[in-house]
Design a protein. Sequence first.
Length: 590
Amino acid sequence: MTLLQIAMLSATVLLVAYFTYGRLLSKLLRLNPQVKTPAYELQDDLDFVPTEPQFLLSQHFSAIAAAGPIVGPILAGIAFGWLPALIWILVGSILIGGVHDMTALTASIRHKARSIAEVVREHMSWRSYLLFLSFIWIALIYIIVAFTDITAQSFVLTQKLENGDTVSGGAIASSSLLYLVLPIIMGLLLRFTKLSLNVATVIFVLLIGASIYVGQYIPLDFVQVFQLTGTAAEQNLAAQKIWDVLLLIYCVIAGVIPVWLLLQPRGHLGGYFLYIALAAGVVGLLFSQRPITHPAFIGWQSVKGEQLFPMLFIMIACGACSGFHALIASGTTSKQLRRETDARTIGYGSMLLEAMVAVISLSCVMIALPGSGTLNMAPNGIYAAGVGSYVELLGIPAVMAASFALMAFTTFVFDTLDVCTRLGRYIIQELLGRHDAAGRWIGTLLTAGIPVFFVLQTSLDSSGKPQEVWRAFWPLFGASNQLLAALTLLGITVWLWRTRREMWVWVVTGIPTVWMYVMSSWALLVITRAKFLKKESGEFQLTSDPVAWAGVVLLALAALMLVEAMIVLFNDRGNRRGQLAAAAVAAGAN
């Protein structure tokens, strides 16, 4: 098959799914455009704001699309071949990921735009609520660690292009800092002037392009700024850790300032930047003449010893399904949904768009020659090389094209980092019962502060050599994120069954729950078990590795959540039988 055939097949499958399965989900969930949504019912023009679908889609899409649909498909394609990855991206996003996002959004708007954790508390138990909140918070910590470190790597990465040109990570850092300033200016102008959103969008999207260009001439190289010593690899790793800390300081600031000042305008601009990056990738898939050179299937086991089952399904993560999406859907998006029927566009549609981002990311592996140096680069470098070559087709110089791709990558992650910090702050405030300024700072400092400990650790690979922190945390992030999706689907299944009593619930959300629970628990067990075994002898040992103990805690929380759900379902079934028996006795007496 050619890239063009892959692009056409993927786009067609996703589009048909939107108009068929997405429409079926709307009917099953009984989405009603006449029902007054929380955005109107609780409108305060602060958090609850009815928003047009095209604007809400860009904001939601920007928040959910981060490093996951880029890094995951690239790692999976290298490990197992592009065909298994492509199949899971398409099947997973249509039957599981899209269902997860759309039902989570619907559950939230049906419960006054409360979080999915609140839905769990109402339909399961208070214990389930605490377990779920704890699981979410730990998962958020690992998302922040992994995404912070891989963004920092982009700021020290020197990308060598096929034509011999290089793209400086310091240039990407400068462009990214300029990008963070632009939304603040846009937010201030929108709030205190009469500048319209449409005009502001055009102006500031063009300014983002300018920031990419300007960044090439004012690179911020921390190796030179701090006069770092050692080998080139040691210098880059030290510079990366400095960026890690600075990015987490940014998360603290972004987590406490008003949403109108940064989160909303940055999410809006980030959404349009995502559309541009997606369009550039589609152009490449449609018109690139480069052949597919990477194997379609490599084997059931990667060269690193990873088994396709279950590791493929947690490697790709957000490209097919993501528990993090439920936090966004029930945290901010549900408060802005104008009509119930918009849930299909925002929830299901954005997941299918993200699947297309994953397909484009995977295509960057498909065009790489086996054994080439490209496949030895970090995933963000592979993405930049691939998408950069696509953008070149538009007549843009290679350096600018690759810079655009790397800038797009960091933009995706920025949008997720501060949202994760804010969501983590909400959880800490809820657990502490502190919703004042002190609670806001405590929650933010804990959520962004604990990752500092992890990113400053020296992580070693299987051969004992230092490696980037994100490489050690990515498998755990993927497993915990997918297990969060399983727990979300579990809570939604309980809610739908208790309120609807229709057999389709077990098929539409029940089967995806089982699949995600089994695969993610299996993967998490494999990852955690390996941390407690000696590499030389395979004997059990206690370890001080925080990744290992985090895995144990997450498995325990997930198991307890499953027990709570079973208790609720069986008790509910017993109560239902009792009600039916009582009704039958009453009918006989009459």
